[in-house]
Design a protein around this ligand. Structure first.
Ligand code: FAD
Length: 404
């Protein structure tokens, strides 16, 4: 059976289908997705799409004709069970589909806010196109938003909402923004930028209750006893990987579907990629799960290569971006675990990078409005090359030459 069934048509699932056809795969390819849209991009949902006139077509990877021309079948349904012995996938409609290979690209879902009144109508999330569209449509009639969570999505939304003239409060349990993902230098910069724009950020507090009246949101109560007024609440408190389909089929799962260095589950006929995949990274010598477009698309390419005869351990190099207001943050590498940070460029001029070192070796670069440093990182970090902290700090040191 040369049918490849792909569950999930996000960045990972879509890319497997495309890469298979690019590699001249002639078997049947079916993309199964439970969202009623053509496969689309998620990053604009917390940024450009909210500022736009609301044209979903602008988010689509490709128009419908592309899937037709490439003979990539799209099925709008939910995959509900895998029968590994029979190599079949059961859909919500009751249809049973046979596969030669099954790719799980089920992504992740929003972690729900678990406080009283969290299900009120104006408590919204930003993961899907439908959710973003809801936020986009409601913003013009709202005055005061409380954002719960100062991660990438919360801050991107906060900057957009403030740009549209809303009063914005951000509630964050950690002592700084994006604390799990970036160095304090970058957190401090974005704290300053967001507060200068008039956003109030409240650290070290958690939301304990959504205050409401007649079914409408009126505020958010905090663990320090205060209540912040609000007529809209946007929650960005992380995601939960969608592992249930794999787990119910007896595949090992933890904080993701467990796969080896080739992105294969314990079953040689089932791969798992993207946000749902807990993979064994040969490059970093550890098990990890990443949430980024780079990870989803590079893992998809790796699986497509394997299915067309070119088996290699997954070796993609992590990079990421986040647009917040007028600032572009770009990250190359995994910066967690650094023991030294040096700054290149000028924070005051809003063009700088944090070069992160561990044991004297460069492990990652976080850049703000400084694309050249990011490009440098993406070029030399995967090669295990480094420059000294002194060279990094010296703007007259030529990065281009060091790349050659
Ligand atoms: P997803 O995109 O989550 O797609 C999985 C799909 O599978 C979903 O459509 C889901 O409904 C479907 N599905 C799940 N289970 C089933 C089932 N049983 N049957 C059928 N269908 C199913 N990354 C960056 O690098 N830069 C950014 O700036 C950035 N911004 C972001 C902004 C937002 C608002 C969000 C939400 C994410 C952002 N990301 C960003 C992260 C990036 O979008 C994700 O890492 C990426 O979408 C992961 O792709 P995926 O295909 O693994 O999962």
């Amino acid at each position: 059976n040369d049918t490849v069934l792909i569950v999930g048509a996000g960045h990972a699932g879509f890319q497997v289908a495309v890469s298979l056809r690019q590699a001249k795969y002639t078997g049947r390819i079916v993309l199964i997705n439970d969202e009623k849209h053509l496969p689309y991009q998620r990053p604009p949902l917390s940024k450009a799409y909210l500022k736009s006139g609301g044209d979903p077509a602008s988010l689509m990877f490709r128009p419908e004709k592309f899937f037709h021309d490439q003979t990539i079948e799209l099925i709008s349904d939910r995959a509900v069970a895998i029968d590994r012995a029979a190599k079949t996938l059961l859909l919500g409609s009751g249809e049973k589909m046979e596969y030669g290979h099954l790719v799980l690209a089920t992504g992740a879902r929003n972690r729900q806010l678990d406080v009283p009144n969290a299900t009120l109508g104006d408590v919204l999330y930003l993961r899907t196109l439908d959710e973003s569209e809801q936020v986009r449509q409601r913003m013009p009639e709202k005055k005061q938003v409380v954002v719960i969570g100062a991660g990438f999505i919360g801050l991107e939304f906060a900057a957009t909402a403030r740009g549209k003239g809303l009063e914005v409060d951000v509630v964050e349990l950690a002592p700084r923004v994006m604390a799990r993902a970036v160095t304090p230098e970058i957190s401090n910069y974005f704290h300053d930028r967001h507060t200068a724009a008039g956003i109030r950020i409240h650290y070290g507090v958690r939301a304990t209750e959504i205050a409401g009246e007649d079914g409408r949101v009126t505020g958010v109560s905090l663990s320090d006893g205060r209540t912040l007024p609000a007529d809209l609440v946007v929650v960005g408190v992380g995601v939960i990987p969608n592992v249930e389909l794999a787990a119910a089929a007896g595949l090992p799962t933890a904080s993701g579907v467990i796969v080896d260095e080739n992105l294969l589950t314990e079953d040689p006929n089932i791969s798992a990629i993207g946000d749902c995949s807990l993979f064994n990274s040969v490059r970093f010598g550890e098990v990890m799960r990443l949430e980024s477009v780079q990870n989803a698309t590079d893992q998809a390419r790796c699986v497509a290569a394997r299915l067309t005869g070119d088996t290699k351990a997954y070796d993609g190099y992590p990079w990421f971006w986040s647009d917040q207001g007028d600032d572009k943050l770009q990250i190359a590498g995994l910066t967690a675990g650094f023991d030294q940070v040096v700054i290149r460029g000028s924070v005051a001029e809003r063009s700088f990078s944090a070069f992160c070192y561990k044991d004297g070796q460069l492990i990652g670069i976080e850049s703000v409005n400084r694309a050249a440093d990011h490009v440098f990182g993406r070029k030399i970090l995967p090669l295990g090359k480094s420059i000294t902290p002194e060279q990094a700090m010296d703007v007259s040191f030529d990065l281009k030459k060091a790349m050659a």
